[in-house]
Design a protein around this ligand. Structure first.
Ligand SMILES: *Cc1c(COP(=O)(O)O)cnc(C)c1O
Length: 365
């Protein structure tokens, strides 16, 4: 059986570094907001080439806190792709704002750059590009529009650790970026963890206080803040794993390349191949008109797959207020997308078997 994702295997090469890191935290006697978080923030900011990194408790918190800090009027609109992950949409409504869903490009799965401008109204305050599956959105277009209409840009980089666009890395492509280090992400902790990267000093100072009750120094409260801290243990684990991120991303790219050029089944649509070396391939997502049949067939052949995501945000019970929207591209994608195994512990031989098995599918009854 080839599992879709086995985190035990993914973390195996990091095991001794993680053990050293956790031992260091245990014996330090200091578990919240200390040296590990400071070191990780500095190293991750350097990695993203941003001035600041602020560790927080999760990716959802990272996005929500930035949107709240921007303090937009309550009826403000935020533009986001209609196939975004639900957490990206939740951050908008948690900040008391209105998501405006724009259809994705069906080959990149990202916010369609030709459809953004028509969604802008006088209430639009920001664009929230989600670098879905590990590929950066069309930031040139997004920057042009942001400048023309005076909009903020909040990247959702939770699937794009190390992804590149032009001269810059994800996390340094807008006014601020939200990160998640959920265990399955390209850079994953052993629990919940998140961060914000930004070059904005004022925002960074405010968020640093906000994550810790609104205190900039012990027992001095400047804001009515939150408790959303990255803990020392997770920070130490992330510090242990960060040095291998580029190597793991390269391995993901090599596997993605095999899929892109090896999958020859005429019914299978592969993602666009124009960004192989910039994309970090958090997920390798194909489309097939009989997705559920293909998925069951692969399961019978010992291949685990997953669906990211089965239900579009506007069809979720939590968003009944968006249920009237007609978003045919996104709806079709949610019926057709299938995520194939792709992670640093997957072998070349396993990929060959997966490709051959999918290429045989049309011949099945
Ligand atoms: C994982 C993820 C999030 C949420 O991160 P959590 O740490 O689980 O809160 C947000 N957006 C995207 C695109 C994600 O993949």
């Amino acid at each position: 059986m080839i599992p879709f994702l086995d985190l035990k295997h993914v973390n195996k090469p990091h095991q001794s570094a993680i053990q050293t890191a956790t031992e260091r935290v245990l014996t330090s006697g200091w578990y919240i907001l200390g040296r590990e978080v400071e070191n990780f923030e500095r190293q991750f900011a350097d990695y993203c080439q941003t001035k600041h990194c602020i560790g927080v408790a999760s990716g959802l918190d990272a996005l929500t806190l930035v949107l709240k800090a921007w303090n937009f009027r309550a009826d403000s609109e935020i533009i986001i792709a209609s196939n975004a992950y639900i957490a990206s949409v939740l951050s908008i409504t948690h900040a008391g704002l209105t998501p405006v869903l724009v259809e994705p490009d069906p080959y990149t799965y990202l916010l369609d750059p030709t459809k953004i401008e028509q969604a802008i109204t006088e209430r639009t305050k920001a664009i929230l590009p989600v670098h879905l599956y590990g590929r950066c959105c069309d930031m040139r277009t997004i920057h042009t529009l942001a400048q023309r209409y005076k909009l903020k840009i909040l990247e959702d980089a939770a699937q794009a650790h190390g992804a590149v666009y032009g001269e810059n890395r994800a996390g340094n492509l807008g006014d601020a970026a939200g990160w998640s280090f959920y265990p399955s992400k390209n850079l994953g902790a052993l629990g919940d963890a998140g961060a914000i990267t930004t070059n904005d000093d004022t925002l960074a100072n405010q968020l640093r206080a906000w994550r810790n009750y609104g205190s900039s120094q012990k027992c001095v409260t400047d804001y009515q803040g939150y408790n959303s801290r990255l803990d020392e243990l997770q920070a130490a684990i992330l510090l242990a794993k960060l040095p291998l991120l580029n190597e793991e991303n390269s391995h993901r790219r090599a596997l993605a390349r095999r899929y892109l050029f090896g999958l020859q089944n005429p019914d299978v649509i592969v993602p666009s191949a124009d960004q192989i070396d910039q994309d970090v391939w958090h997920l390798f997502v194909i489309r097939h008109p009989r997705r559920d049949n293909l998925r069951a067939y692969l399961f019978d052949k010992g291949i685990g797959t997953d669906v990211h995501y089965p239900i579009p945000p506007h069809h979720q019970k939590a968003y009944a207020s968006l249920a009237h929207l007609s978003l045919p591209i996104s709806e079709q994608m949610h019926r057709e997308v299938l995520s194939l195994p792709l992670n640093p512990s997957l072998t070349d031989g396993e990929v060959t078997y997966i490709i051959d098995t999918i290429n045989e599918f049309s011949k099945e009854p």
